[in-house]
Design a protein around this ligand. Structure first.
Ligand code: SF4
Ligand code: SF4
Length: 456
């Protein structure tokens, strides 16, 4: 009989290894599986994020990989957009956008990112599915772990680790496929001729296996900086997972339908048993809580069996719980100064980036004076300067550019490659250019612009 099938009158005690702080004692949290509304959302987020992650490197655009960060060639492809290091401003804009979005999202919805979309949570969830499929649910895993080593245990544990390692390697392979054309990597698999990429595939593969298979909640509890600084973005109107102590206390075991004078919490411990970070939300909001909602699903199941209203544990805000905001109108917490401020700045940054990208010219040129060559007279009595010009073509098609110089009378420009240069698609071309002018042309121009009476 599983814990979820247990009669309501027989409460589920938290497993012994979960008492105290297992992570601090070096034990791994082995959460019980749970089904429900929020569990379905977590499954959906795993599917969506992993379809994007594993699928995007295989997409093609105009005969090349659609999304590729080609560090060697210093070109970054995003569908039709090709960026060069000179477009670093867009990367800065993207980082600012991500930071502002995180501030806004955290201020409104707390750590929903951690519970549903963070790679650590998503991969831990996938590794847990594999573990449960092979070893069974939390109690079965603990029983197996407590046994001495025997052939069956070796086979079970070995197959679990083999599948984890394969998934980790595939994740490392996919990650590297964002930086090196993935079809090229795929073609190298039969011969294992990966070159330097092999190190990075193994590196990321190992850390996926280690973080999601072994470290799990310890990353969230002890390593993730987001958990540390999120409190500055929280306030009494931030959506958090809350235990309704006013309704739940005093807690206590009782039979279904029994009028015991107790609160709604039957002290079954199911909310603790399913928690991936091993905490008891009834003690209040804790830094370890990643807002995954597993305890909400667990408690709702218990409430259903006890024929009591759901929502003893729920997403809510401190102000709603204390009656400062009307119940059921939690969304009014959106109209706060910090939320409006974050939203306005975020919209301004995103708007500026979109406009800038829409108006972006595929032509760019860097002109550098050749420092090692001074101005010199030519055979026909003119003055000559040497420039080095780097012409960028950020278009997906070759382009031709005509060299001209303007600004002074008699100014001419000459290059060893002629007056017209052709730059291949998504590329740049460097050439040397001689700019010549009649002596005194600068003085004539200065004289034309001189203000009468100016003695300079
Ligand atoms: S809060 Fe809900 S799930 Fe947790 S112990 Fe109480 S009744 Fe059980
Ligand atoms: S307390 Fe609830 S919401 Fe928080 S991490 Fe544990 S199960 Fe998830």
């Amino acid at each position: 009989m599983t814990d979820t099938q247990r009669p309501a009158a027989v409460p589920v005690a938290p497993p012994k290894s979960r008492r105290g702080n297992p992570a601090l004692r070096g034990l791994r949290v082995q959460p019980h599986s749970v089904s429900g509304w929020f569990a379905n959302w977590r499954i959906a987020m795993v599917v969506v994020t992993q379809l994007v992650f594993y699928g995007v490197p295989w997409l093609q655009w105009d005969g090349r990989q659609a999304v590729l960060f080609d560090l060697g060639a210093r070109k970054f492809y995003f569908g039709p957009l090709v960026l060069f290091p000179q477009d670093f401003i867009y990367l800065t804009g993207l980082l600012i956008t991500c930071a502002l979005a995180l501030f806004l999202f955290t201020s409104v919805a707390g750590r929903l990112w951690c519970g549903y979309s963070c790679p650590q949570t998503v991969y831990t969830e996938m590794f847990l599915w594999i573990e449960r499929a092979i070893e069974g649910d939390g109690p079965a895993q603990r029983r197996l772990s407590a046994q001495a080593w025997h052939a069956r245990k070796i086979a079970i544990k070995g197959s679990k680790h083999a599948i984890w390692a394969t998934l980790g390697l595939w994740t490392g392979f996919t990650f590297v496929g964002f930086f090196v054309p993935i079809q090229q990597l795929w073609a190298a698999i039969p011969s294992f001729e990966f070159g330097g990429e092999a190190f990075w595939i193994l590196f990321y593969g190992f850390f996926t296996y280690y973080n999601a298979g072994w470290l799990r909640e310890k990353i969230c509890k002890f390593m993730c900086p987001y958990a540390r600084f999120q409190s500055v973005m929280f306030d009494a109107d931030t959506l958090i997972v809350t235990y309704d102590a006013a309704r739940g206390e005093p807690r206590g075991i009782r039979k279904k339908g029994e009028d015991s004078g107790l609160g709604s919490c039957v002290d079954c411990g199911f909310c603790v048993a399913v928690c991936p970070t091993g905490i008891d939300i009834r003690k209040g909001l804790q830094i370890e809580c990643i807002s995954c909602g597993a305890c909400i699903d667990a408690c709702d199941q218990v409430m259903d069996r006890m024929e009591m209203p759901r929502g003893l544990i729920r997403y809510s805000t401190e102000n709603v719980l204390t009656g400062k905001r009307p119940k059921g109108r939690w969304y009014t917490h959106l109209l706060r100064t910090r939320v409006i401020g974050y939203s306005a700045v975020l919209l301004a940054v995103v708007g500026a980036m979109v406009v800038s990208l829409a108006l972006r010219d595929p032509f760019r040129v860097n002109v550098m004076r050749e420092a090692s060559v001074l101005s010199r007279p030519t055979a026909d009595g003119r003055i000559e300067n040497l420039y080095r010009i780097k012409v960028f073509n950020m278009d997906e098609h070759p382009r031709r550019y005509r060299l001209v110089a303007a600004g002074l009378p008699s100014l001419t420009v000459a290059s060893t490659e002629g007056a017209v240069v052709t730059v291949p698609a998504i590329s740049f071309h460097t050439l040397e250019v001689y700019v010549r002018v009649d002596p005194g042309a600068g003085a004539q121009r200065l004289a034309r612009h001189r203000v009468p009476g100016d003695g300079a």
